[in-house]
Design a protein around this ligand. Structure first.
Ligand code: 4AD
Ligand code: MG
Length: 479
């Protein structure tokens, strides 16, 4: 097919009239045997195609059904109807693909997000999901643009690894064994030496460790790829397969790290506001409708776009874990036992209810928490002078909770191996990682931004399953 179509988005933006075009797209609705609302995915605005009465064969008109694909050539003219400035007066209508309207699961009415999740193969065809995935694209593009403009190197870290970067043991195993009959050692344990890679392997939980290796030569690198966690969390913020952006920078301390993370988040949101205004306005309206169903006290104070503008125009609040615990402990929420997990002692891990309290109720803006207790953080984080805390930073966002996790890394070999031993992490298996601390170690830092949580934040979608095309969650890997 000689594809010489013009995108509907261009036609509508252009506004000029009296010229011939070819468009291709899918029928959203067909009214009065005359007016076709055609959508080609470039925008949620449909093009009104007018099939003049009497001009087209009944056999063609019959096949213009919801979901059918059309090629239309005609003339762009000023629209007589309300709601659009231009319309396409059809000269020729070709049916590219039929769609049985009776059986088509997407009817021209409102479907619930839950229902659409079950037909995720078709949900791209709704305005909501088309907008979400265009915004997701723009955010991903902005990620690369931000780092490229700053001279970072995009590093492809492995998907299959033999290490557990976070030391949390939440890994999916990768094996080539026949699971009913794996090679065994004499003591009955599985003999991974006989497996495909000659050792036990898993899907990566993070590209950080490999990122650090490259940062010790290229100085500024970032990864942007899929990561996998076998944590059995069936929440609106967890996926078993999610995308993460992980920059890693030599000659950076924790403060440099926070500054970069804050600048980065503001940049990509601003870029998307500038480039996907229509989609964000659509999503903002969608959210406003959804919020109307909620009781007053649960509604957000700001609209979606207002919230995004607020985030790019205000500094994130920075405080230590210790200060946050103090605030939480003294909060009315804690005193009135409104938290499911009450805050009593220093040292506990923060639950999402605590994070959201700080961000949504107390500060009402994104918060960067630093210097967490070492016992609730990963082995690679740099130990602070106090012997109790590490140079960690988490960024918490309204409506989401933790969106970024990062730290300054422990570059001192003896301190690092000491901590690994305490945490029973094999220094032998990670010997290659320790080499960076043997040969020219420098202060360095990095962070990980959960891409889907960012997309949730920007689109206002409350469930993470709705911002990735095909979500992988416990007991679900459809499509
Ligand atoms: O805090 P995490 O576990 O940090 C790391 O993986 C570090 N290696 C990052 C680094 O310093 N290079 O994960 C980072 C972010 C979280 O803040 C969250 O946004 C996201 O990844 N995340 C998830 N997103 C969706 N589903 C899950 N199961 C997630 N687990 C973490
Ligand atoms: Mg974390």
């Amino acid at each position: 097919m000689f594809n010489n179509r013009t995108r509907i988005k261009e036609l509508i933006a252009n506004e000029s009239v009296n010229y011939e075009v070819i468009v291709m797209g899918w029928v959203r609705t067909f009214r009065n045997n005359q007016f076709i609302a055609l959508n080609d995915g470039s925008t949620n605005n449909n093009l009104q195609v007018v099939a003049e009465l009497g001009k087209f064969d009944e056999s063609v008109l019959k096949r213009i059904t919801t979901g059918a694909a059309l090629k239309v050539s005609g003339e762009i003219i000023p629209s007589l109807g309300k709601g659009q400035k231009i319309e396409l007066k059809a000269h020729l209508i070709e049916i590219l693909g039929d769609s049985d309207a009776e059986k088509y699961p997407l009817q021209p009415k409102k479907h619930s997000l839950e229902f659409l999740r079950e037909i995720a193969h078709l949900r791209f065809r709704t305005n909501t999901f088309a907008a979400i995935f265009r915004v997701r694209h723009t955010l991903a593009f902005a990620v690369h643009k931000f780092f490229n403009d700053k001279g970072f190197v995009y590093l492809h870290t492995p998907i299959i690894t033999a290490s557990d970067a976070e030391g949390a043991g939440e890994m999916f195993h990768v094996t080539n064994f026949d699971l009913t009959n794996p090679a065994k050692n004499e003591d009955g344990s599985i003999n991974y030496k006989e497996d495909f890679f000659g050792k036990a392997t898993n899907l990566t939980v993070s590209g950080q460790l490999e990122g650090e290796l490259a940062a010790m030569a290229l100085a500024d690198v970032y990864t942007f790829g899929p990561t996998f966690r076998a944590e059995n969390s069936n929440t609106a913020r967890h996926l078993a397969e999610f995308w993460m952006i992980e920059p890693e920078m030599a000659f950076y301390d924790l403060e440099d790290n926070m500054n970069l993370a804050e600048e980065f988040i503001k940049y990509i949101i601003k870029y998307t506001l500038e480039n996907n205004k229509d989609d964000l306005e659509f999503l903002s309206q969608r959210l406003a409708e959804e919020e109307k169903q909620k009781p007053q006290h649960e509604r957000s104070e700001m609209g979606l776009i207002e919230k995004l503008e607020f985030v790019i125009n205000n500094n994130f609040e920075r405080l230590t874990y210790t200060e946050a615990i103090q605030i939480l402990k003294e909060s009315n929420h804690n005193k009135k036992k409104k938290f499911q997990y009450l805050i009593e002692d220093w040292g506990v891990d923060l639950q999402s209810e605590h994070e959201r309290y700080l961000v949504e109720k107390h500060f009402k803006k994104p918060v960067i928490l630093t210097d967490y207790p070492k016992n609730i953080k990963a082995f690679y984080m740099r130990q602070n002078e106090d012997g109790k805390t590490v140079a960690a930073m988490d960024i918490l966002a309204p409506g989401i909770g933790e969106i970024v996790g990062g730290s300054q890394r422990e570059e001192r070999l003896n301190k690092l191996t000491e901590r690994m031993n305490e945490m029973h992490i094999s220094t032998e298996e990670l010997d290659w990682y320790l080499d960076t601390r043997r040969f020219g170690p420098v202060p360095h830092a990095g962070f990980g931004l959960g891409f889907e949580r960012l997309v949730q934040f920007v689109t206002g979608m409350s469930n993470i399953r709705d911002v990735i095309p095909f979500p992988r969650t416990p007991k679900s890997a459809e499509f």
